[in-house]
Design a protein around this ligand. Structure first.
Ligand SMILES: C[S@@+](CC[C@H](N)C(=O)[O-])C[C@H]1O[C@@H](n2cnc3c(N)ncnc32)[C@H](O)[C@@H]1O
Length: 174
């Protein structure tokens, strides 16, 4: 694997390359537009969404003297920012109920991502965030089963109350 994508046990972050910066900018912009588009109805008070990053990497890069968010943090930050942005001026508060699933097949990368998340205040046992080690294709059936179950629940809620809507974003960001 290229050295710019190796997260080792020493905690040193790989140096980000220009093409990765561009890719992560595209991902962020896409998510911003996505949230702004799906939550246009002012009566909607909840958005259920599962965000899956099947090739998550270690979570952050070094960028000169700075640290730059990798794709898992881009997803987490996008949801946080959308919650603030979309609640501005809303009479009825909107909750984005997001579930995050991160997968990587390198043990050290999984460890680096968990370290990065811990360092940013995310709890190891946060039920909304799973960090899985292994090949994405091997985890996919279980992930799809969970999403299908969540969607069924969302549909039942939708019948009784206007608002809940379940979205799924399956990512393949390498
Ligand atoms: C380019 S790096 C990750 C970049 C990350 N998505 C980002 O944008 O910050 C690709 C990652 O995919 C992982 N990987 C490669 N093949 C994989 C597979 N079949 N299943 C899961 N992870 C895989 C590698 O270990 C590596 O950490």
């Amino acid at each position: 694997m290229a050295t710019n994508f190796i997260w080792g046990p020493d905690g040193n972050l790989p140096r980000i390359e220009e093409h990765t910066k561009r890719k992560l900018d595209v991902l962020k912009n896409y998510l911003d537009v996505y949230f702004d588009t799906v939550v246009r109805n002012p009566a909607q008070d909840r958005l259920n969404i599962t965000l899956v990053d099947g090739f998550s990497g270690g979570g952050a890069y070094s960028d000169g003297n700075d640290t730059r968010a990798g794709s898992p943090l881009v997803l987490l930050n996008a949801v946080e920012e959308a919650t603030v942005r979309l609640n501005e001026g809303r009479a009825k508060p909107l909750e984005i109920n997001a579930r995050f699933i991160f997968v990587d097949d390198e043990r050290e990368h999984v460890a680096a991502l968990k370290r990065e998340l811990r360092g940013r205040g995310y709890k190891e046992n946060d039920p909304q965030i799973s960090v899985l080690e292994g090949k994405f294709v091997e985890h996919l059936p279980t992930i799809m089963a969970e999403i299908t179950q969540t969607q069924r629940k969302g549909r039942c809620q939708s019948r009784s109350k206007m608002g809940p809507r379940t979205g799924v974003k399956l990512g393949h960001w390498v």
